[in-house]
Ligand binder design. Structure first.
Ligand code: DX5
Ligand code: ZN
Length: 224
């Protein structure tokens, strides 16, 4: 699996929101490829974070593509608005959307990449039909809602099985992983087939976020 592009996507959830612009500049210097923004509604997940105005502000302040991870009920009602606010990638949970095909198509029609997210206990079989309509699949390696949780180890095998499913169907779908990623486990998830690596506390919880991103990138160089 050599020659893949491995993208580090810092999650601003663990950033200092009072100086968000500076935090984003730091991860840009460190070589971040994508900026991951966690949108939570206090309903689908037991936490509330940021929404459309924040995505809009950030989009005007960074050249990095914004990846909006919607942890909200009825994401189909809002997904397209996140594209209009400036997100280049928008992902929705299969557990939250009874009309996944329609939502994915609306994201693509609005001009962004469409992603499908699976919670830790949701089987990859649930992607059977949706896989062909998604640009990327996000495997949650913690239960969504909070940063700084412990990585669920079975996620590595889940990524591996998803990689096999994608390769067997000769699709270009990328695999993203999110939750508890750090210097200790990043190599294992990349080896299993993940290409977009979200890291929140491992980046913004570090004394030097720029160096932390660089360190995560260096831990994946053998696959690039
Ligand atoms: C969790 C969020 C994650 C979170 C990751 O619900 O989706 O993106 O910010 O944070 P860490 O890397 O600290 O687990
Ligand atoms: Zn996330």
């Amino acid at each position: 699996m050599n020659g893949r592009t491995i993208d580090i996507a810092p999650s601003i959830l663990s950033a200092d929101f009072s100086r968000l612009g500076d935090e984003i500049k730091a991860v840009e210097r460190g070589g971040a490829a994508i900026l991951h923004v966690d949108v939570m509604d206090g309903h689908f997940v037991p936490n509330i974070t940021v929404g459309l105005p924040v995505v809009k502000s950030i989009a005007g302040a960074t050249k990095l593509p914004i990846d909006a991870h919607l942890m909200i009920s009825e994401p189909g009602r809002y997904a397209e608005q996140f594209v209009r606010a400036g997100a280049k990638m928008v992902s929705v949970h299969v557990e939250a959307d009874a009309h996944l095909h329609r939502t994915l198509m609306s994201i693509k029609a609005a001009g962004a990449q469409a992603g499908v997210v699976l919670n830790p206990a949701t089987p990859i079989d649930s992607l059977d039909e949706a896989l062909a309509f998604a640009d990327y699949v996000l495997i949650m390696s913690v239960n969504p809602g909070f940063g700084g949780q412990r990585f669920i180890g079975t996620s590595v095998d889940k990524v591996r099985r998803l990689r096999q499913m994608i390769d067997a169907r000769q699709l270009e779908t990328r695999i993203e992983i999110d939750g508890g990623i750090d210097l200790e486990n990043i190599a294992s998830v990349v080896a299993a087939g993940a290409e977009i690596i979200v890291a929140g506390s491992a980046v913004f919880g570090a004394a030097d976020p720029e160096a932390a991103v660089r360190g995560l990138r260096e831990a994946t160089v053998q696959w690039v």
